[in-house]
Design a protein around this ligand. Structure first.
Ligand SMILES: *[C@@H]1O[C@H](CO)[C@@H](O)[C@H](O)[C@H]1NC(C)=O
Ligand SMILES: *[C@@H]1O[C@H](CO)[C@@H](O)[C@H](O)[C@H]1NC(C)=O
Ligand SMILES: *[C@@H]1O[C@H](CO)[C@@H](O)[C@H](O)[C@H]1NC(C)=O
Ligand SMILES: *[C@@H]1O[C@H](CO)[C@@H](O)[C@H](O)[C@H]1NC(C)=O
Ligand SMILES: *[C@@H]1O[C@H](CO)[C@@H](O)[C@H](O)[C@H]1NC(C)=O
Length: 566
């Protein structure tokens, strides 16, 4: 029996959420493919890994045992013959014998495609539940299938599990499940075949983690403290720190330092700089918590201090799906990692803020000028008391709050999946972040951040079947968006201004990519910011500016009238 008060609460919340629920200004249903919506190979794989190479004009697509190199300007065209990378049949047999499916699992699903160096890509695949990595020579687009590397800890065994991987300065940072059974989450850096740094295998470090994304932030640049670059990881996990909801799933951000070499005795070959914090996305007054992080997009800026992370979240209230977008600043994340640690108090058997003295150097810190000044040049020189503390206190006490303290966008009855963000300049010379958000049933939401709010420009149905949009990349140079789902891949323009047929429609769209050309009477792409005949009003969408031409015409007519009257 569901208690009555719970029903009333759910009802109240559903009424409240309605007030929060943003509706798109336009809904455009799927209408087949056109110049604006190119598609490619429907039904090639359940999992697509996309990588953009603007310089070579290529989109690399990792699918089931195949890697494609597609022409960015015409995704129906392969720039180079595809690479076949199959798991050998004896591996597949082994995989089937271990109880995995010969239909959906025992193949080599390509899960990592990253720029490795100027000449090569790094790729990793599940290889029928025995992950392997290999290099692809770009000029010939060929895979070195002789020198395969062990992919354990780099790539998942199971293609359906969450994972993330990032190459920074020729080194792979990955977060995945380390073992066949998928019970051992790991965040790892792999240098060469045998030299890796990992997370401790402790529930306090990672507990049933599902990895979502990662980002490199070059924090060593312009840094007075002499701090190191950091790699951030985003994931969900089962929280240990709440007594009353032991089943609670929370979203997290964790970070490690690029130069971390592990400890000398304590934390040998383990991160000495691993710290994690809760990532909050909630509507505080409703007690509505979006705990299921789905994807993260890192918006890079000229200076790393202005880095922003946009993230999609899902939650369920009764039988209603609710989704949100929250934004986080690197500064807010740093503040939390510089704050108090959380600690398990054995006597009280609960978690609380650690309020005793903290060892020096500060546990979980990168090697900075302070360390070097005290004769510690690497994490191997850190004292045991700092490392023991770090091992026991991976979790920060404060949570990372979103910018504005609340979601930017909330929708009901929709599952947001992946997102990508493009920063553009309006005719008013102001910068706007345009958000593209895929859904669980084949739609794309387009929104623009205006001040503290978000305006939902439109929703487009980009797949004819209700498949989840699970991968998304933006080509800024070509103004295209590539979206992958189990139904295949589509390319769509970042803006299709011609669909706004009247001036009012064009202005009310509030799309920073579009403006009304008064002399041509058309809604056009506003990529020429100096056109004085262009009209756009993202902030106050004042359509009276549409009347200008008409008014002038009236004035002209009346002046002619006056002439005749005279
Ligand atoms: C998969 O296994 C089933 C029975 O275990 C067999 O009938 C089927 O032919 C196999 N399919 C493939 C593609 O090998
Ligand atoms: C890039 O990496 C590959 C694979 O390790 C190596 O063979 C190649 O020489 C490297 N190229 C450059 C320019 O460093
Ligand atoms: C750290 O580096 C400095 C200067 O390079 C050197 O003088 C010092 O001995 C090093 N300390 C340790 C503990 O290696
Ligand atoms: C959202 O996802 C959940 C879980 O996968 C599913 O049960 C629900 O039906 C989805 N909702 C919508 C509106 O697609
Ligand atoms: C507006 O349209 C006119 C007439 O077609 C054209 O000559 C002009 O270049 C356009 N202006 C801009 C800024 O697009």
């Amino acid at each position: 029996m569901i208690p009555r008060w719970l029903c009333i609460l759910a009802l109240l919340i559903s009424v409240e959420v309605k007030a929060w629920n943003q509706m798109p200004r336009k809904t455009v249903r799927y209408s087949g493919f056109s110049d604006n919506l190119q598609s490619w190979r429907v039904g090639i794989s359940h999992y697509l890994t996309l990588m953009l190479d603007e310089n070579r004009g290529a989109l690399y697509v990792g699918a089931q045992e195949i890697i494609y190199s597609l022409d960015l300007d015409n995704i129906g065209k392969e720039l180079r013959p595809q690479i076949k990378w199959e798991a050998p049949s004896e591996r597949k047999m082994e995989c089937v014998n271990k109880g995995k499916s010969n239909q959906t699992e025992c193949f080599n699903f390509i899960r990592i495609l990253q720029n490795y160096n100027e000449t090569h890509l790094l790729t990793c695949g599940t290889y029928a539940f025995q992950p392997k990595c290999a290099y692809i020579e770009l000029s010939t687009f060929t895979l070195d299938s002789v020198n395969l590397e062990d992919g354990k800890g780099k790539c998942p065994y199971d293609p359906s599990t969450g994972h993330t991987g990032l190459v920074v300065d020729g080194v792979l940072y990955s977060a995945t499940l380390f073992n066949f059974l998928g019970t051992e989450p790991v965040i790892q850096r792999s240098m060469g075949q045998h030299n890796s740094i990992k997370t401790e295998y402790l529930a306090t470090w990672l507990n049933e983690a599902k990895f979502v994304g990662s980002a490199h932030v070059p924090e060593s640049v312009d840094n007075k403290l002499g701090d190191d670059d950091k790699i951030y990881f985003f994931f969900t996990e089962r929280a240990l720190e709440y007594d009353c909801y032991s089943e609670q799933v929370v979203s997290r951000v964790a970070r490690v330092c690029k130069g971390d070499l592990g400890g000398a005795r304590t934390l040998q070959r383990k991160w000495t700089s691993f710290l994690k914090a809760r990532l909050v996305c909630s509507i505080p007054e409703l007690q509505l918590h979006f705990n299921q992080l789905q994807s993260v997009f890192t918006l890079r800026t000229d200076h790393w201090r202005a880095t922003q992370f946009y993230a999609t979240f899902q939650a369920r209230w009764g039988d209603v799906s609710v989704s949100a977008v929250c934004q986080y600043s690197i500064q807010d994340i740093q503040k939390v990692f510089d704050g108090h640690y959380k600690e398990y108090r054995e006597q009280a058997q609960k978690w609380g803020r650690y309020s005793d003295t903290v060892p020096s150097p500060r546990p979980g810190s990168c090697i900075t000028n302070f360390h070097r000044h005290h004769g510690m040049n690497s994490s191997m020189d850190l004292p045991d008391n700092t490392l023991n503390f770090a091992k026991k206190h991976p979790l920060m006490d404060d949570a990372v709050q979103p910018v504005q303290g609340r979601p930017l966008l909330v929708r009901k009855g929709v599952n947001f999946t992946t997102l990508a963000v493009h920063r553009t300049t309006g005719l008013n010379r102001k910068e706007y972040d345009v958000l593209f958000i895929g859904t669980g049933n084949g739609w794309m939401n387009k929104a623009v951040r205006i001040g503290s709010a978000v305006h939902l420009i439109e929703e487009l149905q980009i797949f004819d079947k209700p498949y989840p949009v699970h991968s998304l990349v933006l080509s800024a140079r070509r103004s295209f968006l590539f979206a992958g789902s189990p139904a295949g891949l589509v390319r769509l323009p970042m803006a299709d201004c011609s669909k706004y047929r009247s001036c009012a429609d064009c202005i009310l769209a509030r799309d920073p990519f579009c403006a009304w050309n008064l002399s041509a009477s058309r809604c056009v792409e506003s990529d020429n910011p100096y056109g004085d005949a262009l009209r756009q009003d993202i902030e106050s969408f004042d359509t009276s500016m549409c009347e200008v031409q008409y008014m002038k015409y009236c004035k002209f007519l009346s002046s002619i009238n006056n002439m005749f009257d005279a």
